[in-house]
Write a protein that binds this ligand. Structure first.
Ligand SMILES: C[S@@+](CC[C@H](N)C(=O)[O-])C[C@H]1O[C@@H](n2cnc3c(N)ncnc32)[C@H](O)[C@@H]1O
Length: 252
């Protein structure tokens, strides 16, 4: 299944989770607001989804939101649509001129949502190309996936949504080594007027270590690489950090 097809299917559940079932991650939003103050020029967000970060990334100069999935693009709230220019496309072949953006970002494990290594390499290369000389590329990855093991099918939540439906998620994690991969098999059941429908979605995530991502960024040409272990900009620790935030520069 193509990226676009997968996210077209997954969008309604992802957006229900991120916008309603799970509380907004305020430190994450503050982190992106602060980054935007420090890099106020025109910004590109790769894999912008349904605009969850649009208000955090807004600034007097424009934000371009690049996203492959029709359903994710259709999910933008009207108020967020005013905060960014939405463009449909993928990170590996971006419809922008070389050196266009002083800041490019790929938040929330977006890179790991691309299971094919050659496409991930293509995204990093194209991010380098569109970053302006002296600009930065910011990405978030989760090395925690590498530490996860397989998990049996269990119920993760059952929630009543504002549209009157009930959403139930059962999930099974399939972890394989050699080659490294992690698959989330998610069974979403929508209950409406006592009728149930279940849809299976499999999210195939890339297991990438910190060293692999840093090596790829350096090989592509990025320099002055800063690494943080959380949104408070604490130093990265392989065992303890919940995430890895990387700010990579492009020479002037
Ligand atoms: C985990 S979601 C994050 C969405 C949004 N940035 C957020 O924080 O809510 C990852 C997004 O990356 C997009 N994506 C997947 N493959 C992509 C690719 N090759 N190029 C650009 N975006 C991609 C997906 O469609 C999805 O919207």
């Amino acid at each position: 299944m193509s990226t676009r097809d997968l996210w077209n299917k997954y969008a309604r559940y992802f957006n229900a989770e991120e916008g309603f079932i799970f509380p907004a991650d305020l430190p994450e939003l503050d982190f992106y607001k602060q980054i935007r103050k420090e890099y106020p020029g025109i910004c590109l967000e790769i894999g912008a989804g349904s605009g969850r970060l649009a208000s955090a990334l807004q600034s007097p100069s424009a934000t371009i939101a690049l996203e492959p999935s029709d359903s994710m693009l259709a999910g933008w709230a009207e108020s967020d649509q005013k905060l960014a220019i939405r463009i449909q496309g993928t990170g590996e072949s971006m419809p922008f001129r070389t050196g266009s953006f002083p800041i490019v970002c790929f938040p929330y494990n977006g890179l790991q949502c691309v299971p094919e290594e050659e496409i991930r390499i293509g995204i990093i290369q194209d991010a380098y190309r569109v970053t302006a000389p002296g600009g930065v590329f910011l990405l978030e990855v989760s090395p925690i996936f590498a530490r996860r093991d397989s998990e049996e099918l269990t119920e993760r939540y059952c929630a009543d949504l504002p549209d009157g439906t009930r959403l139930l998620l059962r999930e099974k994690v399939e972890r394989k080594r050699n080659p490294d991969s992690i698959k989330y098999h998610m069974f979403y059941t929508v209950i409406k007027n006592r009728k149930n429908t279940t849809e299976k979605i499999t999210l195939d995530l890339a297991v990438t270590s910190r060293n692999q991502v840093i090596a790829l960024l350096k090989k592509t040409g990025f320099c002055n690489i800063i690494q943080w272990g959380n949104y408070d900009r604490s130093p990265y620790d392989d065992e303890l950090s919940p995430r890895l935030l990387i700010l990579a520069g492009k020479e002037k």
